[in-house]
Ligand binder design. Structure first.
Ligand code: HAM
Length: 416
């Protein structure tokens, strides 16, 4: 029966995986909070227009990857493929355009009909930060610094490098687009099929083509850098200066254009070579025109999002969920007392798992498998003395402790 499998490109998050996800999300949320980013949540589906206009009809996401459907009332809806358009929609629909800037953090599932492979799912999860209503280069630098801080707190910053580019303002892009088309037209027949199509729909996207022939052709292509207006150039210089001042390392990447159409000025990605083909861990940029494409007022905005699955894959040594205690009854008659002791220890704040099955050897194995820090072992003898044995699972040292003093004894050893 086909339905017994999860849908292609989706997966269950079983306890170990979910613990890693939670660790990524919790660390990101905490890191973002240090920068003043407060958590929001928007609905998982929106009117289709919320995504189709800002992300661009010719972007892969809108053209090929959205899960769009009509609901029972005939309304066109789309499962969100990303969070930025929704965040901007929320600023406008909640009347927040007078109380800017807003610093927002979000985490949650996103949906794209992509070809699944390692690090690429059809339902995946993102954490993201949006700084809305803040013009100026320091907004860009702040968002990048926030991304750096989160990657650092997850211990993965060292495994990435920050690629930086500017897409200029629309005036810069218009003049560059014309020159780029003229250059690429000379090679139209040699370009990959995708790039031939993009030459007519979205020529700038050709710059980040993965095809080797395209890459070769692009080596001698004119660069956007030489077509920037003086304002766009000054903005980019100021971003780079601020990053240098904060000792944030970056490399300029003239081929970085991002896959969504709403970007202008700064675009950036943290890229790793440790995840195979899906090397972009975190990406973002400035999107000053997005509000207007949604029918809102002109608003500045800059932000990023990162894939939780990719971060979890990259940070191999992230902690799982270890209980403080495992409780093991040495005899059947002691089981109820240990059950009750587990309940009262949890009330005191410890995490504790009662093990009910098998002989002592089996239970000890189960306690090791859970990676419990201490095992609490008791039979009728110990309980008769008002005590339990506490075994340090790391060094095997076992100590008899009075039940009346147990909580403070454990607190003391666990805090060391
Ligand atoms: P994006 O580059 O499309 O940007 O996605 C951001 C990150 O989400 C990627 O770098 C990657 O880690 C992860 N990701 C994307 N697609 C998948 C997938 N199919 N499977 C697994 N992970 C994936 C955005 O979404 C923008 N909203 C970022 C942004 C925020 N720009 C400004 N503010």
């Amino acid at each position: 029966m086909e339905t017994i499998q999860p849908v292609r490109g989706t997966s269950d998050l079983l306890p170990a995986e979910k613990a890693r996800h939670n660790h990524v999300i919790d660390s990101a949320k905490q890191g973002a909070a240090q920068f003043g980013y407060a958590e929001i949540a928007t609905p998982i589906f929106e009117f289709t227009d919320v995504f189709s206009r800002p992300l661009g009809a010719s972007s892969d996401v809108v053209a090929k990857e959205t899960y769009s459907f009509e609901d029972r009332g005939g309304t066109g809806l789309t499962l969100r493929p990303e969070g930025t358009a929704s965040a901007m929609r929320a600023i406008i629909s909640n009347g927040l355009t007078q109380t800017l800037p807003q610093r927002w953090f979000y985490a949650g599932p996103m949906f794209r009909y992509e070809r699944p492979q390692k690090g690429r799912m059809r339902q995946f999860h993102q954490i993201g930060c949006e700084l809305i209503g803040q013009a100026g280069a320091l907004g860009d630098a702040e968002i990048i610094a926030c991304g750096v801080h989160i990657l650092k707190s997850l211990g993965v910053l060292e495994r990435t490098s920050l690629h930086l580019n500017t897409l200029g303002d629309s005036e810069s892009r218009d003049s560059y687009r014309a020159v780029l088309i003229r250059y690429l037209e000379g090679y139209r027949k040699s370009l990959s099929e995708d790039s031939q199509r993009r030459l007519d729909t979205n020529p700038l996207r050709i710059l980040d083509s993965k095809s080797e022939t395209d890459k070769e052709i692009l080596q001698d292509a004119p660069r956007l850098k030489t077509h920037l207006t003086s304002e766009a150039e000054a903005h980019f210089d100021a971003v780079k200066q601020a990053l240098d001042a904060a000792s944030i390392a970056w490399v300029e990447d003239p081929f970085l254009v991002r896959g969504l159409d709403y970007y202008s000025h700064t675009a950036f990605e943290f890229i790793t070579d440790q995840l195979g083909a899906q090397g972009t861990v975190l990406g973002g940029g400035r999107y000053d025109g997005l509000s207007q494409t949604l029918g809102g007022p002109p608003l500045a905005g800059v932000g990023f999002a990162a894939g939780v699955e990719r971060l979890a894959l990259l940070g191999e040594d992230m902690p799982g969920q270890r209980p403080d205690l495992a409780l093991l009854a040495a005899e059947k008659t002691a089981e109820a007392d240990l059950f009750a002791l587990g309940c009262s220890l949890r009330d005191t704040g410890f995490s504790a798992v009662n093990l009910y099955t098998g002989n002592m050897g089996k239970k000890m194995k189960a306690a090791s498998k859970l990676e419990a820090r201490f095992a609490i072992i008791a039979g009728d003898d110990e309980l008769g003395r008002g005590s339990v044995s506490v075994r340090n699972m790391q060094d095997g040292v076992q100590t008899e402790v009075k039940i009346s003093a147990l909580a403070s004894w454990l607190e003391n050893v666990l805090s060391r």
